[in-house]
Design a protein around this ligand. Structure first.
Ligand code: CTP
Length: 401
């Protein structure tokens, strides 16, 4: 687990019988040369002692939010910034519920809330609690916030029951964290470019033609790529969406600006063209606001196809080119023809005539068509766009490895 070396891990231990396993987790992290700081919740102190943790971690244990001594030495914001990752093990059903509601009533939840780092939750609880609808709903919220969930696994529980809810073994947890750092170190050298959102094509200085694209799916893909450590550039048409500072966000308005920004940000290793680029622009844009004195005829001419241009360009073409196909009919036929005509490696197609997915929805259902696979497709069934993007990026990682 050599990727753990010199990494700063903030371990939050909540109050559950599996808390004893966290001692072994600290030992493993330390053995692999990670630096550990620990937060113990009030109820965790009933299961493990600050003394045992300090002895193993050889570092300070933080206990409550309003300890003056702790705040002077390292406040809760500094503590969350100090960490490279935060691991919450065990994560109880109660903590899952509190976090899903954004509550910050103790040091652990405040630090998590204030964090801008990757957060891994390691749930451990009784099988009925794990299977309870409220736990499932709360976890979905947290996954949507981008928290990573490790386990739980199936097995005999401390309470005498059998089922899913058992905390993952410390070696599996350490492995996952090691893999996370492996991705961060390896993918940092790999450049990914994503286009997203609509474009505006101006008729005059105040009027333009646009489309219904929200940009959500493209933004989620950029976020997933960045979280996996890729050096990510997002070229976006007008949207209200935000990304964190790790993503190089370039805002444009027109298709021409998107084309220029795309060229300026190549070469890249991976390019995902998720933007709904306007197919047409106004032939002769008026420099003055048009007056309503007469009927207006607007002549539209074709915009350049950015995806097609780049993927057919010998020197500019990224190794992996992924296009999108937003269709209202003949999904398969259109997707396959775009795959071939635009020289893509993959086309991700979705049916935008469905109400619960596609434009502006938080959900999507897509089919991935692969080059040279004789029409073979893969379905990613209806789920949050954030989850669809994680699954797409999983496939990208597998492909480039
Ligand atoms: N695309 C592009 N530049 C354009 C038009 C489309 O880069 N001027 C890209 C999109 O980002 C997407 C893919 O091409 O990855 C397909 O876009 P789509 O709008 O589905 O198809 P079009 O090629 O525009 O064809 P049509 O509108 O006729 O379906």
């Amino acid at each position: 687990m050599k990727n753990l070396s010199n990494k700063k891990i903030l371990l939050i231990i909540c109050g559950g019988i599996s808390a004893y396993k966290s001692l072994e987790l600290i030992r493993l992290f330390k053995k692999n040369e990670a630096e550990i700081k620990t937060i113990l919740t009030e109820s965790a102190k009933k299961f493990v002692t600050p003394l045992s943790i300090t002895s193993l971690s050889q570092n300070k244990v933080y206990e409550d939010l309003f300890s003056l001594e702790n705040e002077l030495e390292m406040d809760h914001i500094a503590l969350s910034r100090w960490a490279d990752v935060i691991v919450v093990a065990p994560t109880t059903a109660n903590t899952i519920s509190k976090l899903s509601k954004g509550s910050s009533e103790d040091l652990a939840s405040t630090v998590i809330h204030a964090s801008n780092k990757e957060i891994f939750l390691v749930p451990a609880m009784n099988v009925r609690m794990w299977e309870h609808q409220s736990t499932k709903e709360n976890l979905k919220v947290l996954e949507n916030y981008g928290y990573k969930i490790i386990g739980p696994v199936r097995g005999d529980m401390a309470c005498g029951e059998y089922g899913e809810g058992k905390m993952s073994e410390p070696s599996e947890i350490a492995d996952e964290i090691n893999n996370y750092f492996f991705d961060q170190i390896n993918n940092k050298k790999i450049k990914a470019l994503v286009t997203a959102g609509p474009t505006n094509e101006y008729i005059d200085p105040v009027r333009f033609i646009t489309n219904k694209s929200s940009g959500k799916q493209g933004y989620e893909i950029a976020k997933s790529l960045s979280k996996r450590g890729f050096d990510t550039t997002l070229i976006s048409g007008p949207t209200n969406l935000k990304v964190d500072h790790k993503i190089n966000l370039i805002k444009i308005e027109t298709a021409e600006e998107m084309f220029k920004a795309t060229q300026e940000n190549l070469p890249a290793d991976i390019a995902v063209f998720a933007a709904a680029v306007s197919d047409f622009k106004i032939d002769k844009k008026s420099n003055q606001k048009l007056k309503k004195t007469q009927n207006l005829n607007i002549y539209l001419k074709k915009n350049i196809d950015i995806l097609s241009y780049i993927s057919n360009h010998n020197s500019m073409r990224p190794k992996l080119v992924i296009g999108f196909a937003a269709e209202t009919e003949d999904l398969e036929k259109n997707a396959i023809s775009k795959l071939e005509n635009k020289n893509c490696d993959w086309i991700i197609a979705n049916d935008i005539s469905k109400n619960n997915s596609g434009f502006n929805s938080d959900y999507n259902e897509v089919f991935i068509y692969y080059k040279n696979s004789k029409g073979k497709k893969e379905k990613l069934s209806l789920k949050r766009k954030s989850e669809i993007s994680e699954e797409i990026v999983d496939r990208i990682v597998t492909h480039i490895n």
